[in-house]
Design a protein. Structure first.
Length: 393
């Protein structure tokens, strides 16, 4: 049976069909709010030990990653939200619905440039992120930049032939094959993803590769120090399932977060001995998600399940903020909110989601328990503690 999944990038882009009136002038997207500024850098990594099961030419598995490095010096500049080929691909998809050419090329973000003077950075915990099925890692740029601005060195990964499109440094692109996925394809797709993130974890322990992923580690005038002994992993939708299964198979991961994703793989019936957070959209919980209920009953480590009011599946991405920055009719905005973005409000949703992610990551890497993880907060009434087991790791 063919299943049309809510985590498909194509499904997300269909929600853009009512967008109108967007010209080609630059649109400055919201900056991060944490105490650190953030640099972004994209890299290609090739797993020479693995043949890509989706590559028709039988080539080696190659992934794209983006690093988000916190820094406290330098100047702010404007950069493209996504690179040219990816932007043109997204434009071509939505133009039949009346979107003007150049829409995605016009989106801009604020990013930190190279430091202007000698600096020594503290040990930044490294965090890995995996996106939803069919969705580019780049559609989480603002969310991950926000998390990095609170002192985490985040690395996001694209899974080629899974993501809607992956653009490589030499200009070649790989278009996704898994937009509509059959029941038999879920576990093989998960297996490829898990191998991707474990390969990435191996790579960040290789000093020569780290110099490519984190360019700030190259300079003689400053030192970038990374904490590679406490690496958490999190993801959205199938990315959340990827995080859980990867933790089961590789003990180096110290904690994980699932943002609104059905869980797959052997972890569902085995659970984990490490801490894990499940953060669901409104109405998505153990009562109607069998994989969560099974995982929860087998989970041996710290566990917490949260629910976000007035949210939908893509509240856990940049999509609401992107839509919020565009001029829309009231009818169009209401339709998109009802089907994709939720009514919590784009910036408020981003603030709430990143606040709880950051608190959980701090707990995973340093055992620091934030009040946000201890019980309901008056500052965040939109978050409900569905079920929890709060104890020491």
């Amino acid at each position: 049976m063919i299943v049309s999944t809510p985590c498909s990038l194509n499904s997300l882009l269909v929600g853009l069909f009512l967008l109108s009136g967007l010209g080609q002038a630059a649109i400055n997207l919201p900056s991060s709010t944490g105490p650190c500024s953030v640099t972004l850098h994209a890299s290609e990594l090739v797993d020479k030990s693995r043949t890509d099961p989706y590559d028709p030419t039988g080539g080696k598995r190659s992934i794209m990653v983006t690093s988000f490095t916190p820094v406290n010096c330098g100047s702010i500049s404007s950069a493209s939200y996504i690179p040219n080929a990816t932007a043109k691909y997204e434009d071509a998809f939505v133009q039949p619905f009346g979107i003007l050419p150049g829409t995605f090329e016009s989106l801009r973000i604020q990013t930190q440039t190279q430091p202007q003077h000698s600096s020594v950075y503290r040990d930044y915990p490294v965090v890995l992120f995996s996106p939803a099925l069919g969705t580019s890692r780049l559609i989480y740029t603002l969310l991950l930049q926000e998390i990095a601005s609170h002192g985490f060195a985040v690395v996001s990964v694209d899974h080629p032939y899974d993501a809607g499109i992956v653009e490589f440094p030499d200009g070649r692109t790989v278009v996704g094959l898994l937009g509509n996925i059959t029941d038999a394809e879920w576990l093989p797709a998960l297996d490829v993803r898990v191998k991707d993130v474990i390969f990435l974890l191996d790579q960040i322990h290789d000093k020569s590769v780290v110099r490519d992923i984190f360019p700030l580690s190259r300079g003689a005038s400053h030192t970038l120090s990374l904490d590679l002994d406490h690496v958490p992993i999190f993801g959205h939708s199938l990315g959340g399932a990827t995080a859980a299964q990867a933790m089961l198979l590789d003990s180096r991961f110290v904690g994980g977060i699932n943002l609104d994703g059905e869980l797959w793989g052997s972890v569902v019936d085995k659970g984990l001995s490490k801490p894990f957070l499940i953060f669901g959209h409104t109405g998505h919980n153990q009562t109607n998600e069998a994989s969560w209920a099974s995982f929860w009953s087998h989970q041996r480590g710290w566990k917490l399940e949260l629910s976000l009011a007035q949210s939908l599946h893509y509240t856990f991405s940049d999509f609401p903020v992107l839509v919020d920055g565009i001029s829309l009719s009231d009818e169009a905005r209401q339709l998109i909110q009802a089907t994709y973005a939720g009514t919590i409000g784009a910036l408020r949703g981003k603030q709430v989601v990143t606040s709880y992610i950051t608190a959980a990551l701090q707990y995973f890497v340093s055992n620091h328990t934030s009040e946000l993880l201890s019980g309901p907060s008056t500052s965040y009434p939109e978050v409900t503690f569905v079920t929890n087991q709060l104890h020491d790791i």
